[in-house]
Design a protein around this ligand. Structure first.
Ligand SMILES: NC(=O)C1=CN([C@@H]2O[C@H](COP(=O)(O)OP(=O)(O)OC[C@H]3O[C@@H](n4cnc5c(N)ncnc54)[C@H](OP(=O)(O)O)[C@@H]3O)[C@@H](O)[C@H]2O)C=CC1
Ligand SMILES: Cc1cn([C@H]2C[C@H](O)[C@@H](COP(=O)(O)OP(=O)(O)O[C@H]3O[C@@H](C)C(=O)[C@@H](O)[C@H]3O)O2)c(=O)[nH]c1=O
Length: 285
């Protein structure tokens, strides 16, 4: 059984590789942007023809939240058209598509748990183009899992945890936003869920919310990172208005995970436990 992983060298792609190796699951083909550009339909066709994949995992995305505000066309191409290209080929070649989306599809102006049936109203270009990608997939193929996740971090690539550890070693004080609340997600845990879908041959297709358990602010998350990493950096709580960014971000984007827990029979680790695992893995690098 072949499993094509697009965006295979990004953060989540590397986490999938880690878990697949740990579990000795064969058949994964990890494609970087050159080997598997999701905008190149000729290339995609030849990959589908050659590998006849049972599963396609789409970890490829335009993820630069602020830059997306200036690069709307590119963000839309990758996040919408790229997702649509994969969905079309999955449908044609009868492959199951596992796609990743984001909490940033929500406006997040009400402190209320977000379910899969809640209306998505993105506040920035990144979230908007990711929502467009989700919609294309739902239109173009039946055998898909779209997993919306939030605040991904890991020992791989660039993410908030690694940024905090780097800045924490350079500075004695850091200002971090306290009025944006969500659920951090260890990308290795998300990778385990993706592999669980494949291993159990689940046919519970559809849209799902997945993050680690628990709720926090970026500020409290940063404090926990420094504590666990043994750094004495002082963290100053900032309001969103005190840390201006090009893109707006949701103030509250905590997702309800009841559907994924029930349909896939999984238990989800708390973010603090997973953060400990990640910090240990970073220390071993
Ligand atoms: N990071 C986060 O906090 C969150 C991420 N997500 C979603 O999770 C998924 C995985 O994210 P993550 O692993 O963190 O992201 P990364 O940015 O680490 O990885 C994305 C990968 O996609 C590649 N890529 C970009 N354009 C193309 C293209 N046209 N064809 C093929 N590959 C391409 C990038 O290559 P290159 O770097 O060379 O451009 C990069 O390797 C994404 O769908 C993202 O939207 C959801 C919630 C939170
Ligand atoms: C580096 C830094 C960030 N921040 C704030 C800015 C922002 O509101 C928050 C997180 O910043 P980052 O730029 O690391 O993360 P950001 O790119 O906003 O993260 C998002 O990425 C996309 C891809 C997603 O899908 C989302 O789920 C989410 O994880 O922390 C500070 O307050 N102080 C700092 O020193």
């Amino acid at each position: 059984m072949n499993i094509l992983v697009f965006g295979g060298v990004g953060q989540l792609g590397q986490c999938i590789q880690k878990i697949a190796e740990q579990k000795s699951i064969q058949g994964f083909i990890y494609l970087d942007e050159k080997q598997g550009n999701i905008l190149d339909t000729d290339l995609l066709k030849s990959l589908f023809q050659e590998f006849q994949p049972a599963y396609v995992i789409n970890c490829a995305a335009y993820t630069a939240v602020d830059k997306a505000e200036d690069e709307v066309d590119l963000a839309r191409k990758v996040n919408k058209e790229g997702a649509a290209n994969l969905a079309k080929f999955c449908d044609e070649f009868d492959a199951t598509l596992i796609h990743i989306s984001t909490d940033f599809v929500f406006e997040g102006n009400v402190p209320q748990l977000l379910t899969e049936t809640d209306e998505a109203v993105p506040v920035g270009i990144y979230g908007l183009t990711k929502l467009e990608g989700e919609e294309e997939i739902a239109k173009l193929t039946d055998k898909y899992f779209t997993l919306r996740t939030s605040w991904l971090y890991s020992e791989f690539a660039n993410n908030f945890v690694k940024t905090m550890i780097r800045l924490g070693k350079e500075r004695t004080e850091l200002g971090v936003i306290v009025d944006q609340v969500g659920s951090p997600t260890y990308a290795v845990d998300l990778a385990s869920v993706i592999l669980h879908i494949i291993e159990t041959k689940s046919t519970a297709y559809g849209l799902y919310h997945y993050s680690n358990e628990g709720v926090t602010s970026w500020y409290d998350f940063a404090v926990a990172i420094f504590e666990l990493a043994g750094l004495s950096t002082h963290v100053k709580p900032l309001k969103t208005t005190e840390y201006p960014t090009k893109a707006r971000r949701p103030a509250f984007s905590v997702m309800d995970k009841a559907k994924i827990k029930a349909d896939l029979s999984i238990t989800i680790p708390h973010w603090r436990e997973s953060l400990k695992q990640c910090i240990k893995a970073i220390e071993l690098l």
